[in-house]
Design a binder for this molecule. Structure first.
Ligand code: PMP
Length: 417
């Protein structure tokens, strides 16, 4: 008899039987308020009727269209629809299955397009688990330990983490940009540097929004040195931060954008977009994969885009993000162990800090577990595991946010006694 490998980690004890909107139901029929959204995937909620209907229709029509063999309509229609929401300059795109695969594709594309080798990443970032993406990932040593040697040609610059440094955002930004300039002068010559790869909000690394001036500083340096600015919007895209794309909180626009997660409401689908002139620097067949742009996933993504537009989920994420953030701040005011509350839109987190200013992972883990006991599903993140994050579906309403806050307040009280 086979059993599930112990190498997978499960954040909650739930055996999910069914999902509906912001709720998951376990096999015993118990309802859980899902503020994980499958790690920021089910923005339209679990099993949105329009997504279900589109996928069911497509399943009965054509499941596997295999884009390196034949083309199919859902993929072509989705390409067109994404053109409406992507920055206008990113007018060429293709599909893969996961965020990691799209990150791999961005390394390939950046190297092909520039003829340069090095990739500069920012400390605390998560870009995936495949070996190229893992080489770009510094969100925690658990993602790198014991698997080296990793891909060479990766240089790591600081990300402006103001809370950790005890600085304000401007100071942290100035420091990070100065260190990037130093890195380009000491370690990775601009002539060897293909791309800067950055998350608009550090995700797995602790839910730390990039200050707008930081992204703008990267843009300016990218232009100055002929380096590509690759923005990893795998977690921040599709309305999650209260703008359609996370980078839209700044004036910086990327040369390459990577998206996945919220794109298809739970079907495996990712995409990478860039200007056609940049894509043309590589050759047909230099990218691709067997399952990329699956017809059912594309149909689900088309329905997802319609739901986001028709139900104003970006606006809702912005409004509910403020409600959630304000509520989390009130809870934190009663509990000094929560040293910081931060986030953008419906990507919010609480960082647990010990009296000496260091991370208090034990308290965060207790609060996370207590929340699950109260029926509120959450995730942790951060290099030290001391950050509890909330990523509800973008359809969440006032009453559900208030419910979550009441459950969170009880969970924190349980956790800190
Ligand atoms: N980039 C970011 C910013 C992510 O948050 C993730 C997943 N958490 C990935 C890449 C990797 O995506 P996937 O798990 O689909 O490979």
């Amino acid at each position: 008899m086979a059993t599930l490998s112990p190498l997978l980690k499960q954040a909650t004890p739930v055996l999910a039987a069914r999902g509906e909107g912001v709720y998951l139901y376990d096999t015993a029929g118990r309802r859980h308020l899902d503020f994980t959204a499958g790690i920021g995937v089910t923005g339209t909620g679990h099993c949105h009727p329009r997504v279900v209907e589109a996928a069911q229709r497509q399943v009965a029509t054509l499941i596997h269209g295999q884009y390196t063999t034949v083309m199919h309509e859902p993929l072509l229609r989705l390409t067109e629809a994404l053109g409406e929401v992507l920055p206008a300059s990113l007018d060429s795109l293709f599909f893969l299955n996961s965020g990691s695969e799209a990150v791999e594709a961005s390394i390939r594309l950046a190297r092909h397009a520039t003829g340069r080798q090095n990739i500069v990443v920012f400390q605390g970032s998560f870009h995936g688990r495949t070996m190229g993406a893992a080489a770009l990932t510094t969100a925690g040593t658990k993602f790198r330990a014991g698997i080296g040697p990793l891909m060479p040609g990766v240089a790591v610059a600081p990300f402006p983490q103001s809370y950790r440094y005890g600085w304000d955002e401007d100071e942290a930004t100035r420091f990070a940009l100065r260190e990037l300039d130093y890195l380009l002068a000491t370690t990775s010559s601009p002539a060897d540097t293909a791309a800067f790869v950055v998350e608009p909000v550090l995700g797995e690394g602790g839910y730390i929004p990039a200050p707008p001036a930081f992204l703008e500083g990267l843009r300016e340096r990218a232009d100055r040195h002929g380096v590509l600015l690759v923005v990893d919007e795998v977690q921040t895209g599709f309305g999650r931060t209260g703008r359609f794309w996370g980078h839209e909180h700044s004036a910086a626009r990327p040369d390459v954008l990577i998206t996945a997660k919220g794109l298809a409401s739970g079907f495996p689908l990712s995409a990478i977009a860039a200007p056609a002139a940049l894509m043309e620097k590589a050759w047909p067949g230099s990218q691709g994969g067997t399952y990329g742009g699956n017809a059912v996933a594309c149909a689900a993504a088309l329905a997802t885009l319609e739901v986001i537009r028709d139900e104003d989920l970006v606006g809702n994420a912005r409004r509910q993000g403020v409600r959630l953030h304000d509520g989390l701040r009130k809870v934190a005011a009663d509990h000094p162990v929560i040293g910081d509350v931060r986030g953008l839109g419906l990507m919010q987190a609480c960082e647990f800090t010990a009296p000496d200013g260091g991370p208090d992972a034990a308290a965060a883990q207790r609060a996370h577990k207590a929340a699950a006991g109260h029926g509120l599903l959450l995730l942790t993140c951060g290099a030290f595991g001391n950050v509890v994050r909330m990523i509800p579906p973008l359809i969440v309403d006032d009453a559900q946010v208030d419910d979550a806050l009441a459950l969170w307040s009880a969970a924190v009280a349980d956790a800190v006694g």
